[in-house]
Design a protein around this ligand. Sequence first.
Ligand code: PHE
Length: 473
Amino acid sequence: MTANREQFGSRLGFILAAAGSAVGIGNLVGFPVAAAKNGGGAFLLIYALFVALICLPVMMAELSIGRNSQKDPLGAYNKLSEGSGAWSIAGWLALITPFMIAVFYMVITVWIFGYLFEVVRGNLDKLADPATFGTFINTNSVFLYFIAVAAVVNLILVSGVKDGIERAAKILMPALFIMLIGLVVFVLTLDNAFAGVKFYLIPDFSKIDAGVINGALSQAFFSLSLGMGILITYGSYMNRKEDVPGSAKFVALADTAVAFSAGLMILPAIFSFNPDVNTGELSESSVGLIFTFLPKIFLALQTTIGYFGASVFACLFFLLVFFAAITSLVSITEVPTSSLVGERNYSRAKSLTILGVSMGVLSVLCILSFGRVGFLTEFVSYAGQSKSLFDVIYDVFYDTILPLNGLLVCLFVTYRWKKANFHAELETGNPDYKGSLVERYVDFSLSTFIPVILAAIFINTVLTKYFGFSLIG
Ligand code: PHE
């Protein structure tokens, strides 16, 4: 099975697939609101610095681990550590984390698909009622939407890396870019659009505190799909002739450009709906924004472009988010798939069936954890709050373990795999890397302040989330 590892067919194919993973719900909705609420241009500046100075070196590390080992994360940690038992824990974490994140991401994608379906059926007015979301998530249709989304992901993945993942990215990503640009251009023509742009971009450094800085870094880290084993896996499908540092830069740039543009779509739309909007009321959570706040704004567009026009706008928006979510879901499901194929020698079809059933059961349990089943709804309680199964998966895997996985990547490269091997891998395909400023920066940062910062975020998250005690902000 390992004899002929599949590869991406081209550099562009890799970049689109990795950007497809990175561009997700977080960029399209989470980022604009975080930026708008936390100092506008000041937040953007800090975010961009974090992407370039902290996330890019980690991204290069993950890609090189994958490409050098030609294995899934579990196999990669085992191979490059020469079978060290302790490091196989990092491998297992890089496998379980995406598995669990895929479960909760699946649930949100299913809702997006459901909303898309409802808008297409002409029900935008219904969705604009804030009470709809609470009822919608507990309707039986959610199970049908679940089957549809799982089928799409399965269909893409079963065809393999080149004919599945890469081909889907080559269709979905350009479509996503075009829709995004179209929506931005349209929104900028609305009355009061400029107030939204101003609010989004004018820097307010007084809003920047330790909490905002922590939030910006976490946002950048998640947004680039770091710490999820995805880039190790995608790196293992990269040709040795490819330039890893150059491709990583492209992916980071594309991801950041999409996040930035999403702000130019969402904020003008909000301000045109209500120029005196109290931005303090904007929900922190992407879920609240997508499913209750934005449908109201889309419906309000009917005064300018009619109900049909408003529905077309809403439809394009949900389609955009759906495409972004599907490519992320595909990338995250590929991690356990590649482990089953690589470590167990199963076929892709068999691996996907096993994952489909196991993830399916967990996703259904999550779907039932919004009030339908008491035990799942009040699953546990920590830091004085009762949490559903869905919340727990989100808190533990998305919020807590990701920075830990990032930290392990840095420590692994520095102390176990060794930096000389790492740099040699980055040089393969990019001869200019040797001796460059980038090399010196990556070398220094990955073994000094990046792991320190990731450790601080991890410890702070554990204390805040589970013990209600915050060190940073
Ligand atoms: N980058 C994604 C986002 O912004 C995060 C993600 C990637 C989530 C892959 C799940 C799977 O939403």
